[in-house]
Ligand binder design. Structure first.
Ligand SMILES: [Zn+2]
Length: 302
């Protein structure tokens, strides 16, 4: 049993490295052709999509505030897109969590902008960290969040309260959800991959059951007509978030039942997940990887 687990962990990390190496290669090839898509959500709030995580933007008389800032390689193009919305220098940047596809732009914008994030984001970026076994070097001081919070933080900006709320141990241990309270828009960071199995960073405080609980709490708070910016994927609705929540519950349940009946991880992978979730495994996180994530997350808990 333990031997199987170690062997499969090894396979998983080999697989992850292969995926990341492939992605890195892809990045290098595509740097020149990356375009940044700007989508208007309300008069004041926009979504930008470049190479990594989605960016939320508040625009208006007070200037620009952004939520997440993508990979460093697209920073110049992000700045161009922001300039078209009023200024290429955001006054404030929220980081929803520490992963590079949401924070590397700190290295580009951090000398001019004030960066805000949960305490654990600054902690993880201040030391050499590992994600899926790959080293992430320490960020320079100017690229670190300068304001940190444990529970929540608001910026009163462009005639509304932009409020960050920390949800513990979901995608990582430093996740924030950012509410544009007047615009009725919310940025969920990587707590939400719309229509896809999510990446849960178990090595950095993530938890499948924690994520499921957080999403349930967030759903209960949101109005029916809210517009949702996911960490990755298209602008979404509350119905999309509910479908994602249901997926988390049902896939976890399937793995949990299998484990209770004594199935090995290999057996669980062979069984697969409910057929209706087939399309959810067509993104970065494949069904076997998702099954293994749930399995490991449930194993840690016990
Ligand atoms: Zn992430």
């Amino acid at each position: 049993m333990l031997k199987n687990f170690i062997a499969s962990s090894l396979l998983l990390s080999l697989f992850s490295n292969a995926v990341l190496a492939h992605k890195k290669h892809e990045n290098e090839n595509q740097t020149q052709e990356i375009t940044v898509k700007t989508q208007k959500i309300t008069d004041r709030v926009y979504m930008l999509q470049g190479r990594g995580g989605n960016i939320g933007v508040s625009t208006g008389a007070d200037g620009i505030l952004i939520v997440d800032d993508d990979y460093a390689q697209v920073s110049a193009k992000i700045a161009e897109a922001l300039k078209a919305l009023g200024s290429e220098k955001p006054r404030f940047i929220f980081n929803t969590h520490w992963h590079g596809d949401h924070t590397e732009g700190n290295k580009f914008f951090g000398k001019d902008s004030l960066i805000l994030a949960h305490t654990n984001v600054r902690k993880r970026l201040s030391v050499e960290s590992l994600v899926l076994g790959n080293k992430v070097p320490v960020y320079e001081k100017f690229a670190l969040p300068i304001f940190t919070y444990d529970q929540s933080m608001s910026v009163h900006f462009n005639d509304e309260e932009i409020r960050a709320v920390h949800y513990p141990n979901g995608h990582t241990d430093g996740d924030s959800v950012i509410f544009f309270t007047k615009a009725n828009v919310v940025h969920l960071g990587d707590d939400f991959f719309t229509g896809r199995f999510p990446f849960v960073d178990l090595d950095n405080g993530g938890s499948v059951s924690g994520l499921t609980k957080n999403i349930g709490e967030i759903i209960a708070k949101l109005p029916a007509d809210v517009k949702i910016i996911p960490g990755h994927g298209a602008l979404s609705t509350l119905a999309d978030l509910k479908a994602y929540h249901q997926m988390l519950i049902e896939t976890t349940d399937a793995v949990q039942k299998g484990m209770a009946s004594g199935k090995t991880l290999e057996g669980l992978k062979k069984d697969g997940l409910p057929a209706k979730y087939k399309s959810w495994g067509e993104g970065f996180i494949k069904p076997d990887f998702w099954i293994e994530t749930i399995y490991k997350s449930l194993s840690v808990k016990k």
